[in-house]
Design a protein around this ligand. Structure first.
Ligand code: NAD
Length: 424
């Protein structure tokens, strides 16, 4: 039997406990009054829908779905829709708040939202997934829209799911409305540069951090955990920019080359064999230990709760760029601070994705599409400005980057609430 974590370890790895701890710290530092804290702690709208769907065998099943809008103070709600068996309203609520802070850090005109449907996509056919998506969309139709709430892909949903949402919404509205969702296929109003955007954003903020250390990409050894969308794109783009990607860690192994891995060749190897393991131009290292390799940059881009009080003191990177959501527990923050590790927090580091989603929404509304160079230039501008805003906020208030990012976000959202008089 697998031992369950102790209550304190379980609390440490609860991302919502971490998010709440960071919210409270930032609110205290800002001296935010109790009224605004109440507003920001509570979601503006929570919808629960029960979705009847005919399964392929003719049975009717009823699924439960949610859409939560945490805040619309700065613009329409923005956030993904996940399909998973363990979706809960609590989780969707917390993820919606997370989106509010992320959009505010990069100063894009969106609030925060999230949605989910309790189902197991691994057991469902494409037809069943399509019917569940369309019915879920129809049920939440009155709450979403380009000016209200703009869903996007999340766990187990993708560009096809977004195409179905967009079509269902458009059918009901009797007009094509591409801007109702982002993360669509390119042919249906998607944006160029979106697949690379999160990894590219990680690279841009890392490049900004290097300047503070007087490092160049050629002097910079990078360890990346996760070789999926975020980690794989970051690895590819950073290798092209001259960084030395010395180690890639995946769920089934880790490959190491102190001279720098050939990322394109590693991608081909994974494509051909299904794994990074067995790559001839690298040595295999223990995947647990690889996180603690001596390097300039550690980029966790796989999952949450990778850096905890149990291992934070072993991290040897100078810069931690959080590509994943919640890779560091709030309890581990103090250990990283003691070690003077420069942390680029998730709500900044991985915000390149939502930034290009914002560009997608803008392009859909303009009906005019940008080339990839323009998308990348504008992404670069926003990430560079946001990095500078967070770091200078931290310097001014003598707090670390994570607290600074939360303070900046809370401050911006609270300012919008006061300006609008959202409580009147
Ligand atoms: P993905 O599924 O494409 O890639 C994740 C990769 O991590 C996979 O290759 C998987 O095999 C690997 N992995 C899983 N568990 C691992 C482990 N224990 N050790 C090592 N590798 C492991 O997912 P993604 O879209 O790249 O997302 C990764 C993280 O980034 C998630 O936390 C996600 O929420 C966050 N994120 C993604 C985006 C985006 O645009 N895709 C945007 C913001 C944040």
């Amino acid at each position: 039997m697998i031992a369950s974590p102790s209550p304190s370890a379980a609390a440490e790895i609860n991302p919502w406990v971490s998010a709440a701890a960071r919210f409270d710290e930032a609110a205290d530092m800002l001296g935010l009054d109790e009224g605004l804290r109440k507003v920001l702690r509570t979601a503006a709208l929570e919808v629960t829908v029960h979705i009847p769907v005919v399964l392929d065998d003719g049975r009717i099943e009823v699924f439960t779905g949610y859409r939560v809008q945490h805040s619309i103070a700065r613009g329409p709600a923005k956030g993904g829709v996940r399909f998973a068996p363990d979706v809960t309203l609590d989780e969707v609520r917390a993820l919606a708040a997370w989106m509010t802070w992320k959009c505010a850090v990069v100063n894009i005109p969106f609030g925060g939202g999230k949605g989910g449907v309790i189902c197991d996509p691994s057991l469902m056919s494409m037809g069943e997934l399509e019917r569940i998506t369309r019915r879920y969309t129809a049920e939440i139709l009155d709450f979403i829209g380009p000016e209200r709430d703009v869903p996007a892909p999340d766990m187990n949903t993708n560009d096809q799911t977004m195409a179905w949402i967009m079509d269902t919404y458009s059918m009901h509205r009797r007009a094509t409305s591409t801007a109702v969702v982002t993360g669509k296929p390119l042919d249906l109003g998607g944006s160029r540069g979106r697949p690379e955007a999160t990894g590219r954003g990680c690279m841009i903020v890392t490049q900004e951090a290097l300047k503070r250390f007087g490092l160049t990409p050629a002097d910079t050894r990078v360890v990346i955990q996760g070789f999926g969308n975020v980690g794989g794109m970051a690895a590819k783009l950073m290798a092209r920019a001259g960084f030395k990607i010395v180690c890639i860690i995946e769920y089934d192994g880790a490959v190491y080359n102190p001279k720098g891995l050939d990322i394109e060749a590693l991608m081909k190897h994974r494509h051909d064999t299904g794994s990074i393991v067995g790559f001839p131009e690298a040595e295999e290292v223990d995947r647990e230990e690889a996180l603690f390799l001596d390097c300039e940059v550690l980029l966790p881009a796989a999952k949450e709760n990778v850096i905890t009080t149990a291992n934070a003191d072993r991290i040897r990177a100078r810069i931690l760029c959080e590509g994943a959501n919640g890779p560091t527990t709030s309890d581990a923050d103090a250990i990283l601070a003691d070690k003077k590790i420069f942390v680029i927090p998730d709500i900044l580091a991985n915000a390149g994705g939502v930034t290009v989603s914002y560009f997608e929404w803008v392009q859909d509304r303009q009906g005019f599409f940008w080339n990839e160079q323009l998308v990348n230039e504008r992404l670069n501008e926003i990430m560079v400005d946001s990095f500078a805003a967070v770091v200078s906020y931290g310097d001014k208030h003598h707090v670390n980057n994570r607290t600074a990012a939360y303070m900046l976000a809370l401050d911006r959202v609270a300012f919008a609430i006061r300006l609008r008089g959202l409580y009147a």
